[in-house]
Design a protein around this ligand. Structure first.
Ligand code: SF4
Ligand code: FE
Length: 483
């Protein structure tokens, strides 16, 4: 079975025995939980679209390893076409879910571990790449959703992992056995953990020789013994408990993040992809972050498409669509959004093969892509709120709209153009609220700032990759300066 249907995916998550906590209680299964279910629906879209002939070329590929059709989310990029199609697929999914669909972290971890483990083996004669390939084939054959876990809690930012007051603030190996290793620590802000079958753990930063126990990468099932997760709150999350589809804005889809604790988790030897080769921690981080910064040039653009569309619709409902400043604001939003897409496509088109044969994006351009993502969605949100008007944050609840006495009053006074029902106007405003301020704003706004690395992380990479010396030489040559 190389491709699962959406329904098979949902049932496969139901069969897992994950240890999940939220609001101080253990959750039986994320599948039936009203707060978590939208995040599964978003991942499910990666399965549903893969079944549809019109999306087959974007959503699936023929695996060069098995000859089977597999989901692109489990694919190793073998060309710049693959890299571009990845971004296009992410834009499509952003358009269909208007949220974070979460499956990309695993795809990006796949490609970063694939090439890095190859280079570690070449230097040390280890068998990490073979381990990874076996894991990869297992995920491809079973069409699994794999999470990618990188961000450690990090404690005191001025100290290296081994210098922390509490050694668990970076995930580490606490025991080495003949058959594997035991790890302790945590991964923070972990996207998509409750709706993944497996998780690939990677180190969080470059490391020195003294951080040997922290330079570790491996994969385990999300319900492995010793793993538990504490789900993060999102703005307006409890609206999902109120049985009002209208008030949630985007009731079907969403994302989720959690603090994931690894309390003495055993990892068998065949699931280890790095253990102690500290000089490769930086390479793994740089490549994973690079791929994920490319990803944002697809997913955020797709969500941006929805927000621009919502702003255009509400302008019509408000009777303001013909005003020249509204038209200009929509042009500006489109310009910003397509600039982000240009970055995602450019870093893909300029990709190149690694020693292992898979394709890596152009790292400078991927970091420029993500740096722009830390800014432009904020401006797009600002313009959407401008166009929407204040009613986006002052409108009464659906319960009031349905009330026999209050409903007709709301219908009368909160109507825009007469041909559009007040209910539809409120629906569109709630969608914009959801994207700008509500649960989806985690994925569209703040994740644009901090997801795939905070702005300063990209600036460091831009300074490293920008080749300032070459630019100085260009200037000196034209000025006829000989030193
Ligand atoms: Fe995918 Fe974007 Fe979510 Fe990252 S933020 S997992 S790239 S949808
Ligand atoms: Fe993200």
């Amino acid at each position: 079975m190389a491709l699962m249907t959406g329904e098979q995916y949902i049932e496969s998550i139901r069969r897992l025995n994950m240890e999940i906590y939220m609001f101080g209680k253990r959750i039986d299964s994320p599948v039936d939980d009203p707060i978590l279910r939208p995040s599964l629906n978003s991942v499910r879209m990666t399965y549903d679209l893969a079944q549809m002939p019109e999306y087959q070329d974007l959503m699936t590929v023929i695996s060069p390893d098995t000859g089977e059709r597999i989901n692109r989310f489990t694919h190793i990029h073998r060309s710049t076409d693959d890299l571009r199609n990845k971004v296009k697929m992410q834009r499509l999914l952003g358009q269909k879910t208007a949220s974070c669909f979460q499956r990309c972290v695993g795809m990006d971890a796949f490609n970063a571990v694939f090439s890095t483990s190859f280079e570690v083996d070449r230097k040390y004669g280890t068998r990490y790449h073979e381990n990874f390939r076996e894991f990869m084939l297992y995920c491809q054959e079973n069409d699994l959703t794999v999470d990618g876990a990188m961000t450690d809690p990090k404690g005191d930012r001025s100290k290296a992992p081994h210098e922390q007051a509490d050694p668990d603030l970076f995930l580490r190996v606490v025991e080495r056995r003949a058959d594997g290793i035991v790890v302790c620590g945590a991964k923070a802000h972990q996207t998509g953990m409750v709706n993944s079958h497996e998780v690939i753990v990677m180190p969080t930063q470059s490391m020195g020789p003294e951080d040997m126990d922290y330079a570790v990468s491996f994969a385990v099932p999300t319900d492995a013994k010793g793993i538990f997760m504490i789900v993060g709150r999102q703005s307006c999350d409890t609206r999902k408990l109120e049985n009002s589809e209208l008030d949630v804005g985007n009731s079907e889809f969403g994302g989720m993040e959690a603090l994931v604790v690894f309390d003495h988790v055993f990892v068998p030897n065949e699931r280890i992809f790095l253990d102690g080769q500290t000089e490769f921690a930086g390479m793994l981080v740089e490549r994973f972050a690079g791929y994920h910064r490319q990803s944002y040039g697809g997913c955020k653009v797709g969500v941006g498409d929805v927000l621009i569309g919502a702003a255009a619709v509400i302008a019509e409902y408000n009777g303001a669509a013909k005003a020249s400043h509204i038209k200009d604001k929509l042009i500006e939003m489109t310009h910003l959004n397509e600039t982000l897409y240009c970055c995602g496509i450019a870093c893909s088109a300029e990709g190149a093969p690694t020693e292992s044969g898979n394709y890596l994006i152009n790292l400078l351009l991927a970091n420029v892509c993500k740096q722009n993502i830390t800014r432009f969605p904020y401006e797009i949100v600002r313009l959407a709120e401008d166009i929407a008007g204040g009613l986006m944050v002052t409108a009464p609840s659906e319960a009031d709209l349905r009330d026999p006495k209050l409903g007709p009053v709301i219908d009368k006074y909160l109507r825009g153009v007469n041909e559009v029902s007040t209910e539809n106007r409120l629906r569109m405003l709630r969608l914009i609220e959801n994207l700008c301020l509500g649960a989806a704003a985690v994925g569209y706004r703040t994740e644009s700032m901090h997801g795939a690395g905070s702005p300063q992380a990209q600036r460091i990479m831009i300074s490293r990759q920008g080749n300032l010396e070459h630019k100085k030489e260009l200037a000196k040559a034209l000025a006829h300066i000989k030193e």
